[in-house]
Write a protein that binds this ligand. Structure first.
Ligand code: SAM
Length: 275
């Protein structure tokens, strides 16, 4: 089995059952599974959902699943890369997965943006800790805030390497993500995320260092947070700062800052504005 596809199969029946219960606590019309592997979780999901769609990239495993579930018309096996799959095409259904750890971040980024009732992922414990980290903690960062902007996160339970075949080298954890539409008043959440990534550009540097070159020293310097580092600031505070920024013009630039030209005259400057 190619280890590069993150193929650590879950063999602990009680862990599988607890994940299935978390995904479908009261039965569901449909559940979507990412990376079904040999079908251990798929089988549990089929007991709790009327239909399951399972997306698997590995052709050998797809073949295995087609044989194993040959008499199961309620299962749709999709041979595809989850990152290239439109997960909204099946409607509003819960999503589950013992994720391939090498693409945890892009899967998280994709899944939390969906309008689904809940998402239950088995991920690396270290990533789970980043999702629930508070400001000032080592794990707190862009991933924490991106996830919090789109979803609430709860760590459900931890899973030791012995629950997998072959065992991974790290501890794992099951998280429950509940997507929401709260935008903290920022309006354009993707623009706000670009601002957040600029705030975290160099994690050890102050906001002044990370932002002045983009938005202008004259905009950032007066901020009470200018001397703080991004890792010290809560999501709501970032939203307030983002709303404080001057609005860009229709062409994505803004021209509110007086600047002395080479001829000594004062004119307005058009700064490329990435909001
Ligand atoms: N669900 C199974 C289990 O718990 O035993 C397997 C989980 S294993 C950690 C991750 C699975 O995701 C593997 O079956 C792997 O082939 C599959 N996978 C890896 N990359 C993928 C991708 N880009 N799209 C879809 N599936 C992928």
């Amino acid at each position: 089995m190619p280890q590069k596809l993150g193929q650590h199969f879950l063999t602990n029946a009680s862990v599988l059952e607890r994940i299935a219960v978390a995904v479908c606590p009261a039965g569901e019309d449909l559940a979507i599974e990412i990376g079904p592997g040999r079908g251990a979780l798929t089988e549990k999901l089929l007991r709790r959902a009327a239909r399951v769609v399972a997306i698997e990239i590995d052709a050998t495993l797809v073949e295995h699943l087609r044989i194993r579930f040959a008499g199961e018309p309620r299962l749709e096996i999709v041979h595809a890369d989850v990152l290239a799959t439109d997960l909204a095409q099946w409607g509003r259904a819960p999503i589950a997965g013992n994720l391939p750890y090498y693409i945890t971040s892009p899967i998280l980024a994709k899944a939390v943006r969906l309008d689904v009732p809940r998402i239950v992922f088995l991920i690396q414990k270290e990533v789970a800790e980043r999702l629930i980290a508070q400001p000032g903690h080592r794990e707190y960062g862009y991933l924490t805030l991106q996830t919090a902007l789109f979803a609430g996160t709860r760590l459900l339970f931890e899973v030791k390497p012995g629950s997998f075949r072959p065992p991974p080298q790290v501890d794992s954890a099951v998280v429950l993500l509940t997507p929401h539409t709260r935008d903290l008043g920022v309006g354009d959440r993707e623009g706000f995320l670009r601002f957040l990534s600029q705030c975290f550009r160099q994690k050890r540097k102050t906001l002044r260092n990370n932002l002045a070159g983009i938005y202008g020293k004259e905009v950032i310097d007066p901020w009470p947070e200018a001397g703080l580092r991004a890792e010290q600031i809560a999501l709501e505070q970032f939203a307030e700062m983002y709303q404080r920024l001057p609005k860009p013009g229709t062409d994505g630039t803004f021209s509110s800052f007086p600047k002395r030209g080479t001829d000594g005259t004062v004119s307005s400057v058009s700064r490329s504005f990435e909001r």
